[in-house]
Design a binder for this molecule. Structure first.
Ligand code: HEM
Length: 508
């Protein structure tokens, strides 16, 4: 009698219970499947974390929460946790010791990993600096390292200075400007010259910089080439950039480069590959050009934008830069800058370094695990993706006092906070065998930008109360960083130490 009553109560609930049971079953099977992808020869357990729902994993949460997704996981599970995003079982790793193990194990326990779409857009070369691994990568690194070696930098200084001055002049006369767009355009002009000897004026550069940006904005789209699709837009943009490189190569064949110290990266790579008995075709050079632009442009433009933002918020820092220029007789000096003069400026170096610490343009790196290993007592299985965090590793490193504060002095000789801790606590250019090849060039571009702007103008945030910075895929102010520039009229508009000009306005 009793069971008849229970059954009659449960019966109407059956249609509701069935989907719940199926969902629970699917989740159970999904977790069994994931557990089976672990390496059975390794006794260490998988890291803590959740693998989300079948196939989709936690991708949706990641898309909506961005960096907060990682923050919450870190708070719950600690510095090594597992998740499942963008179709892959993934382990994210934070902290100097953990990151060191991964970066020093490059080529041995892990290898470089980029989404296939990125590779298919940028290059069809098997010889590729970004996408190759093993011996091919080693050989290409040797060649490209020479191209960006510090000994080549002196020949880049004159045009970096010229382009920066031209941009600054325009910014000061143009009313409100978008700091982000302007930095992208300026850095594209410089990178185009260094890599390919592009010699476009500011208007042509702006157009090409926008084309390039269209490619980058759509680079993570699904590889479906239909009219109007993201991938289609990226392909079209890529083809325009290719045609510019091609025209430039033709031009170089027809008119030998004039006798200047400056030789562009593509020519140097082409010569060096020829010397190694691996001559390169025009097709391959187009691939190299886009790879190098991709690696070097977005990163530098991001750093430049964030530098403008931090200096607008910290007029005292800008004043110290000015004082350093004055001490080195550079403040009112209209003579061309030299590499030697730039290298002597210690405080300028610290400002750029601090921008890259507090807001690294690349927040994390991706690797595929090729050999199972253990990290902090947890198993990192072969076949999984491992993401090493640059941003959180720098932010959490104990050697930095008040790490959330923008404080360039932390790197000055009397404090040297980066030297007081693990070498891997300062990682904007990564570390190990795949660290950044363009590091010296990037630092030089940012320092010259800082020097020339400090010499010639001041800038302030148009909307200081509402600056919101998103961190993915790279840090960027959501409103594009509207700025108002004013030209410094010789000494008439100098700032005092509090950053006030003679009218009492905070200039930055
Ligand atoms: C502030 C600017 C820059 C930052 C923060 C930066 C950062 C980085 C980082 C973190 C990596 C390693 C990525 C990984 O391990 O997966 C890297 C690699 C690389 N960077 Fe930069 N970079 C900058 C500018 C440049 C410039 C100007 C160039 C010049 C072309 C460049 C060329 C490269 C190349 C070719 C690689 C790949 C190296 C390899 O795989 O062996 N970077 N960069």
């Amino acid at each position: 009698m009793q069971s008849i009553v229970v059954n009659s109560l449960l019966l109407p609930l059956l249609p509701l219970m069935l989907p719940c049971v199926l969902i629970l079953l699917a989740l159970k099977l999904w977790n069994i499947y994931i557990e089976n992808t672990r390496d059975m020869n390794c006794s260490a357990p998988l890291p803590d974390g959740s693998m989300g729902i079948p196939f989709i994993g936690e991708t949706v949460q990641f898309m909506f929460q961005g960096v907060d997704f990682y923050r919450k996981k870190f708070q719950k599970h600690g510095p090594i946790f597992k998740t499942h995003i963008i179709g892959k079982p993934t382990i994210r790793v934070i902290g100097t010791e953990n990151v060191r193990r991964i970066l020093q194990g490059d080529g041995d326990i892990v290898e470089q990993l980029y989404p296939k779409t990125i590779r298919s857009l940028l290059t069809s070369n098997s010889e590729s600096i970004l996408f190759s691994n093993g011996q091919v990568h080693e050989r290409l690194r040797k060649v490209t390292s020479k191209v960006f070696h510090i000994s080549r930098l002196a020949s880049y200084v004159p045009f970096i200075q010229k382009y920066t001055d031209e941009a600054a002049t325009r910014w000061c006369t143009g009313g409100r400007v978008s700091g982000q767009d302007e930095c992208r355009s300026l850095l594209f002009r410089i990178a185009g010259k260094v890599m390919c000897n592009f010699d476009y004026d500011e208007n042509e550069t702006r157009h090409l910089s926008n084309v390039y940006q269209t490619m980058v904005d759509n680079i993570f789209s699904l590889p479906i080439d239909l009219p109007g699709s993201g991938f289609n837009k990226a392909l079209k943009a890529r083809n325009i950039l290719h045609s510019k490189v091609e025209a430039n190569l033709r031009d170089k064949r027809e008119h030998a480069q004039c006798e200047s110290e400056f030789v562009d990266a593509l020519s140097l790579i082409s010569d060096a590959m020829g010397e190694c008995g691996k001559p390169v075709s025009a097709q391959q050079l187009k691939g190299f050009a886009l790879e190098l632009l991709f690696a070097g442009h977005t990163t530098s433009a991001t750093a430049a934008t964030m530098m403008l933002l931090y200096l607008a918020k910290h007029p005292d820092v800008l004043e110290k830069v000015r004082q350093e220029l004055e001490e080195h007789d550079l403040e009112n000096n209209v003579a061309p800058l030299t590499l030697e003069a730039v290298t002597k400026l210690k405080y300028v170096h610290c400002v750029v370094k601090e921008v890259l610490r507090i807001s690294p343009p690349i927040g994390a790196g991706f690797r595929r695990v090729i050999k199972t290993f253990e990290l902090g007592g947890k198993q990192i299985p072969a076949g999984w993706t491992v993401i090493f965090s640059i941003r959180e590793t720098q932010n959490l490193a104990p050697n930095y006092s008040k790490p959330e504060e923008f404080d360039p002095e932390r790197f000055m000789p009397d404090r040297q906070e980066d030297k007081k801790g693990d070498r891997f606590s300062y990682l904007p250019f990564s570390g190990g065998p795949r660290n950044c090849i363009g590091k010296q060039l990037a630092l030089l571009m940012l320092k010259i930008l800082l020097i020339q702007l400090t010499k010639s103008c001041r800038w302030k945030l148009v909307d200081p109360e509402n600056v919101v910075v998103n961190l993915l895929p790279s840090p960027y102010p959501v409103d594009g960083l509207p700025l108002q520039f004013t030209r410094l009229d010789c000494n008439a508009n100098r700032l005092d130490i509090k950053g006030k000009d003679r009218n009492g306005d905070v200039a930055c």
